[in-house]
Write a protein that binds this ligand. Structure first.
Ligand code: ATP
Length: 227
């Protein structure tokens, strides 16, 4: 397994958010992390990156225990996060944002421009002047520029115009076709499920269901994902 979480328990101060999360991602897989609002998806991702380190359990990446490692070291090992809320350097241009993230590998500026022609057209524009959708593309571009072995997308299409969402889903499908390993959180099940190889469902901070998208029956969806 590329990534393997076991018995993950994470706290915000005295308040426990994760109560034994189990999750794994194999090389080349797209894995969907699902669950209703507040069930612990973002906290799981923050624990993987040690932004909010887990208190117990294990996070293995490429066979190495990373639970207590510094976040910058984890990023360097090959975990690329596109965080919820698409953070970029607002006072840097598009090109500067991409260059700042660059690490050697298959992804470079030319390849990102090919993937996101809208970014290529705006290369000298300050990131803060981009639309929300363009900022999201830039956030994905930045994560890819680190040439991650695992790309993590947290609500990458949330709050975007339909045309831009479609563009981003097309990019995610392209990445999948190229064999990029991806861990993804997204509420648009109609796009997410056809793209995912496997799904994990969280409820109250614990993994309660895992399986293939075709096994996620309407009953299971109702029980764990319905509003
Ligand atoms: P959403 O879909 O709404 O983003 P989520 O599944 O990502 O939800 P988390 O954001 O991980 O859920 O939240 C899990 C639990 O941890 C919730 O009970 C939430 O209130 C709590 N929580 C999240 N962030 C913090 C924080 N910074 N401080 C305290 N509690 C937090």
């Amino acid at each position: 397994m590329l990534l393997e979480l076991k018995g993950l328990e994470t706290f915000y101060g005295a308040s426990q958010a994760l109560f034994g999360v189990e999750l794994d991602v194999a090389e080349g897989e797209v894995v969907a992390l699902m669950g209703r609002n507040g069930m612990g998806k973002t906290t799981t991702i923050r624990s993987i990156m040690a932004l909010t380190p887990a208190k117990s359990g294990s996070v293995r990446f490429g066979g190495k225990e990373i639970r207590t490692m510094a976040p910058y070291k984890i990023a360097r090992l090959g975990l690329g996060l596109v965080p919820e809320g698409r953070r970029c350097f607002s006072n840097l241009t598009v090109a500067e944002n991409l260059i700042a993230a660059a690490r050697p590998g298959r992804w470079n500026i030319a390849e990102i421009n090919r993937l996101f022609p809208r970014l290529a057209e705006r290369r000298d524009q300050m990131a803060k002047t981009l639309s929300g959708g363009e900022q999201q593309m830039l956030a994905i571009g930045r994560a890819l520029m680190t040439n991650p072995s695992l790309l993590i997308l947290d609500e990458a299409t949330e709050g975007l115009a339909p045309v831009i969402r479609n563009d981003i889903w097309a990019v995610i499908r392209t990445l999948k076709a190229e064999g990029q390993s991806i861990l993804i959180v997204d509420k648009t099940l109609s796009e997410l499920l056809p793209c995912a190889d496997r799904c994990f469902v969280l409820e109250k901070g614990a993994t309660v269901w895992r399986g293939k998208p075709e096994q996620l029956t309407p009953e299971i969806q109702d029980r764990y994902l319905g509003v």
